[in-house]
Design a protein around this ligand. Structure first.
Ligand code: IPM
Ligand code: MN
Length: 352
């Protein structure tokens, strides 16, 4: 198969982890005779440096026209206080919005061979749930700003029924192929938008009589994810709560550096990116974990319909972890570098 993929390396550790990801993807394409063409584009702090904006219209156009986008991470403390629209993070936010990627899928898995989680192994060793995070609405995209004297600030949280229905359907459809259980996480005891989420998701659930729907307030969900992760199968939630819960859930896997994600919409052009940020202090040190980015590429293979390829890539990743070829975040005793992890996975694929 021939595919055109936009590559955005972004800031901080972005280029290093993407290098390993492309290395292992190339091993897959060689083995299975695919042809992937990569188009390198800029977003984040590097784009501010180059073009004075965190992402250009041309970059967005290129992303929309390619078969998919593989994205590392953006963020650079140097630009944290820039005005709205000119921070590195605005690059990814604008790209998600422009590509209409309203649903962000973040699988949370336990990885055998990692035992650094502060949670007891018997609690987490069967954890397997997926967070469906709304990605183009809510407080992230509501009107925001400051009063004239700068002493007041506001961020409006707005959701329409239409925005809730479309992601709810994706989550319910996915649950039919799993344990048929959806948990809506909200703050319906306080927030009006959360009340709308509850009402609307309940309505959607009527079309899915086989799926059990339950509800949790975000504050309680934060506890339950750590205490009883096995109670979850699909978590459906808004943009902000999904952002926070996915970072928290990484404690189950052992490191934020392991978690991948896929962002999807109705346009069939998707974006794949790790859950973590740009980890600026690790930049250039060859210590960052490339697995979140590599597993995001595996999710991309799945979306291309390359199932055996995806399975092999995931297997290679699991073997690297079991054989302790892993970075310091999950292997404190005898850590490998970013590059060595990539080399191991590449070799595993070639020798398979
Ligand atoms: C994430 C990140 C982003 C978000 C940032 C970089 C804007 O934290 O993908 O979880 O908040 O969505
Ligand atoms: Mn986040």
């Amino acid at each position: 198969m021939k595919k055109y993929i936009s590559i955005i390396e972004g800031d901080g550790i972005g280029p290093e982890i993407m290098k390993q990801t492309l290395k292992v993807l190339n091993a897959i394409t060689k083995k299975y005779n695919h042809e992937f063409h990569y188009n390198f584009l800029f977003a984040g702090g590097v784009a501010i440096e180059k073009y004075n904006v965190p992402i250009t219209e041309n970059t967005i156009k290129n992303c929309i026209e390619s078969d998919s986008v593989l994205f590392s991470c953006v963020g650079d403390p140097k630009y944290d206080c820039n005005k709205i629209g000119f921070r590195p993070e605005d690059g990814i936010l604008k790209l998600r919005k422009s590509m209409r990627l309203y649903c962000n899928i973040r699988p949370i898995l336990f990885f055998p061979g990692i035992n650094i989680s502060p949670i007891k192994q018997e609690i987490i060793n069967k954890a397997d749930f997926i967070i469906y995070r709304e990605l183009t609405g809510g407080i992230y995209f509501g009107k925001k700003g400051r009063s004239k004297n700068l002493r007041k600030a506001y961020d409006y949280c707005v959701y329409s029924k239409k925005e809730i229905i479309r992601i709810a359907k994706v989550a319910f459809d996915a649950s039919l192929l799993r344990k048929k259980k959806v948990t809506l996480v909200d703050k319906a005891n306080v927030l009006e938008t959360s009340k709308l989420w509850r009402e609307t998701v309940k309505e959607v659930s009527l079309d899915y009589p086989k799926v059990k729907l339950d509800y949790l307030y975000i504050d309680n969900a934060a506890i339950q994810i750590i205490k009883n992760p096995n109670n979850f199968d699909i978590i459906l939630t808004d943009n902000m709560f999904g952002d926070i819960l996915s970072d928290e859930s990484s404690v189950i896997s052992g490191s934020l550096g392991l978690l991948p994600s896929a962002s999807i919409g109705d346009n069939k052009k998707y974006l794949f990116e790790p859950v973590h940020g740009s980890y600026p202090i690790a930049k250039g040190k060859n210590i960052a974990n490339p697995i979140g980015c590599i597993l995001s590429a595996a999710m991309m293979l799945d979306y291309f319909g390359m199932l055996k390829e995806k399975i092999l890539l995931e297997k290679a990743v699991k073997m690297s972890i079991l054989n302790k070829i892993s970075t310091e975040d999950i292997n404190t005793d005898n850590p490998s570098g970013t590059e060595e992890v990539g080399n191991y996975i590449e070799k595993y694929i070639f020798n398979y």
